[in-house]
Design a protein around this ligand. Sequence first.
Ligand code: ZN
Length: 511
Amino acid sequence: MNDVPLKLFNSLTRKQEVFTPVHPGTPGVAGQEAEARVYTCGPTVYNYPHIGNLRAYVFADVLGRTLSWKGYNLTHVINITDVGHLTDDADEGEDKLEKMAAQKAQSIWDIARHYTQAYWEDIKALNIRQPAHWPIATDYVPQMIEFAKNIADKHCYELESGLYFDTATVAEYGQLARAITAEEHESEHARINTVEGKRHAADFAIWRNTPPGEMRQMEWESPWGRGAPGWHLECSVMGEELLGFPFDIHTGGIDHREIHHPNEIAQNQAFCHSDASGANIWMHNNFLVERSGKMSKSSGEFLRLQLLIDKGYHPLAYRMMCLQAHYRSELEFSWEGLGAALTRLKRLVIRIEGLNPHDRAALDNRADSAPAADMPASARAAAWANGGRIGQAIERFDAAMSDDLNTPIALTVLEEVAAFKKVEPAEKLAAIAAMDTVLGLNLLSLTRASLRMRPKDAIITEAEIETALARRKEARVQKDFTASDAIRDELAAKGVEIMDGDPFGWDWKLG
Ligand SMILES: [Zn+2]
């Protein structure tokens, strides 16, 4: 067991590759496990994250959990961009944070703090593990200036508006964006870039000077003038500072594959005096799409996680929705789809709740008697399962996750285990617990009640519902069906549906 190598799709080579750590450690020695160093492009904190953006962090979290499962000592970095990200992908437009601060007439630092906090709350609600580092871009400006000074002579040129990177000075610029041809790539840059004086359309600002006569809330002195770092520079610098080049894996949304990441790569090549990209594997999750168009920003219903919660959905239903699709596939969002994901999660939780509390105690004992702590979780789980149906299921689960994080298959394996008959319940629980360290659905602590629909605009409290249901139960015992039906109608008028007889249903449902 655990001979199955972890294979990941590398956007740079456009194929699956076996993960080979840059820092292999000493195999078999506790405390000296091989490392996995992962950098994930984080949010620009000028607004609440859209659930489509959050998909990128669920994906990065599943990657990190899988690396831990396979026995690697994970160091994960997710940055917070609080300066330098323009409203346009090009080098024009305003800084997203400066613009929002001006609109709201607030300090840019307050804006950044507020939306960083909101982002962290979403991260927590989605059960995404804390990375080792959350670097904030403005804390790294001196290092960014040093990095830029290092590459300026050979790779950059100055214009009035700032310091620009000459993309012709590095090998194979834009290789990552090979989905489109070099010419198309150039014309795409030409379309969005009109900065005068640039040598090539793809050249980009690594330092932007504050235009004469203007004042920015965030600006720093530099050898090129007073201004702010470019967004691409920030990620190169924080990655280098915290993980060192080369590190193992760089992740981000697929929207970063055409411009942001090729630009990071160009800077890394310049900094390292090498053709290497700075990370061994580049991974990108696909988009969340919403085809009906009903939920676009223009309809006023901005799809942030809190909206899902306000409509009554548990946030982990969205995590389930993400796991149901492979990260490289588009994921279509609809309320019906979210409802189906919630039901799927609920079915699992009900099965697990049905296992005896005594078995949960046995599970704890099992954890204590686990074999050698230096074994990867995957191998440990297989060792105690010791073959049999559970052991085979763990191997299939491991194979699915090792196959470029195939969560849709892994989920079905977990569901099979939850439905197994004639298997010792404690063993079942232990297997589910092990698999859930990778999927992160919190299956052992969620309850049926916690997954109940809880719309924010409900006109009746849960306590009132429970009281009415108790009265109804009493009426039914007394065979007073008129009273019982009256209570049902009373509740229905307040949006409560009573669900008798559905083994996987709730006793009632709101909304
Ligand atoms: Zn980035």
